[in-house]
Design a protein around this ligand. Structure first.
Ligand SMILES: *Cc1c(COP(=O)(O)O)cnc(C)c1O
Length: 447
């Protein structure tokens, strides 16, 4: 099964044809989920002693794909969709056949050099200093965990007395579930900071909440909540972190893509004071999964916290350039930033600004359409590209029936969420392929 022979040539042509066929579909079918029983009945065993040959490809392009919802469908507006550019998706194929080890400079210098330029663009958008740097990790969950581990390491190094004390992280009550997950893994306490009427964590609220709390080593401010797209008062959070000597981590997994859009850039004032920042290009920056940019103001702090040491790794520590693996949890690393880098390099940053602005325009259109319809009501004016609203008079059950029907008919994927205990719904617009007509037609189904 190793070696490029006539059979491999066949396989190559078939796989590349299938990839291009998928890319050409406009739009790709939404597809839907299937139960285990259905899949067992339809597909059966695929792992056999003699191998299935090309039939395995047919299984994927057929029944297996049909059982996966296309996250780049223009009417997939649930959670946070993924809407990669053609350049990014195609380049993922090439990364796959290039056998690049992205964990060390020695082995992956060219790839890491390119990834670092993409990271630099993001650091510049945030206004981070020239020494800033980072690494592409699988997602913001791993990124935030890595950043908080770095923050704790730094705090313990600064005050040996802090080592024996239980650490505390503060974050908005609206912070993403991954912050609590990271605190759980680290066995530190998480303090919820009450939000203002607009759902934002303000400097004052943070200051009041952490007053008298011992062991505070980090604050997580959210730049674009998942549910509503709300940006915390980053400058206020930075102020309090300065007073308390705490690390400021900004969770911009979804929202920090807005840094590229002049129309909303002002919401992020203060982000330039972050000690660390995560943004997921697989959310609103048009890269395929799994791609999170983790940036540090001082990468050296992360190196101190994360570098693994062993005789078999000494040779990698000898280069003067930073090894990506030294900046986060994990060692072996796919050069997962390359599809993002390639698309930015091919298309230029201005195209990114235009695409993000386009989705913001669509979100504002959606908010107008909601406002125009008497049976619909906005939960909040959208700051970014998430529009949350209620259907007056609907029970939770009715939201679920409506959502199931949209998916079953292959029309759209929009799911209920809860806000303050109430079942509502939301549209997360990150796909420039979505149109005004897509949005209107979805809202029409709620009449
Ligand atoms: C999606 C999201 C995360 C988690 O990111 P993953 O890439 O799924 O690990 C964290 N924070 C916010 C605000 C998010 O929207």
């Amino acid at each position: 099964m190793h070696g490029y022979d006539a059979e491999t040539e066949n396989l190559a042509q078939a796989v590349l044809r299938a990839a291009c066929d998928r890319l050409r579909l406009d739009p790709a079918p939404l597809n839907g989920s299937r139960s285990l029983t259905e899949l067992e009945a339809e597909i059966g065993d695929t792992v056999t002693e003699d191998g299935l040959g090309l039939r395995a490809l047919d299984l994927f392009t057929g029944p297996l794909s049909r059982a996966c919802i296309s996250t780049d469908h223009p009417r997939f507006l649930a959670f946070v969709p993924c809407a990669p550019t053609e350049a990014a998706m195609l380049f993922d194929l090439l990364v796959g056949v290039s056998s690049v080890y992205g964990g060390s400079w020695l082995e992956g210098a060219g790839a890491v050099f390119a990834e670092n330029q993409a990271l630099r663009w993001l650091a510049d958008l945030a206004g981070l200093p020239s020494e800033a740097g980072g690494v592409f990790v699988p997602g913001a969950t791993v990124g935030t965990l890595s950043a908080l581990v770095t923050a704790r390491h730094r705090a313990r190094a600064g005050t040996p007395a802090a080592s024996g004390r239980r650490g505390v992280v503060a974050a908005s009550a609206n912070a993403h579930s991954s912050v609590a997950a990271a605190c759980e893994v680290m066995d530190v306490d998480l303090v919820d900071v009450p939000v203002d009427a607009g759902g934002r964590m303000t400097g004052e609220s943070l200051r009041r909440t952490v007053a008298g709390i011992d062991g505070l080593f980090a604050v997580v401010a959210t730049a674009g909540t998942t549910n509503l797209g709300i940006v915390d008062d980053l400058a206020g959070a930075a102020e309090v972190c300065g007073e308390r000597g705490a690390w400021l981590h900004v969770d911009g997994a979804y929202g920090a893509a807005g840094l590229a859009a002049p129309s909303v850039r002002g919401l992020f004032d203060g982000v330039e004071r972050a000690d660390s920042l995560v943004v997921d290009p697989h959310k609103w920056l048009f890269a395929p999964y799994d791609c999170c940019a983790l940036l540090y103001r001082e990468p050296e702090a992360a190196r101190e916290a994360h570098t693994q040491r062993a005789g078999y790794l000494d040779i990698l520590a000898a280069t003067k350039e930073t090894n990506p693996a030294d900046l986060a949890v994990g060692l072996t690393r796919r050069a997962r930033g390359l599809p993002f880098w390639f698309s930015v390099a091919v298309n230029g940053t201005r195209a990114y600004t235009r695409a993000v602005e386009r989705t913001l325009e669509l979100a504002r259109f959606a908010a107008d359409e909601v406002r125009r319809r008497p049976h619909l009501e906005l939960i909040a004016e959208p700051d970014l590209s998430v529009v949350a609203f209620r259907r007056l008079g609907w029970s939770p059950e009715q939201y679920h029936v409506w959502s199931d029907r949209l998916l079953l008919t292959g029309f759209a994927f929009v799911v209920p969420t809860t806000y303050g205990g109430e079942t509502v719904t939301r549209l997360a617009v990150v796909n420039p392929r979505t149109t005004e007509a897509d949005i209107s037609s979805i809202l029409d189904t709620m009449a």
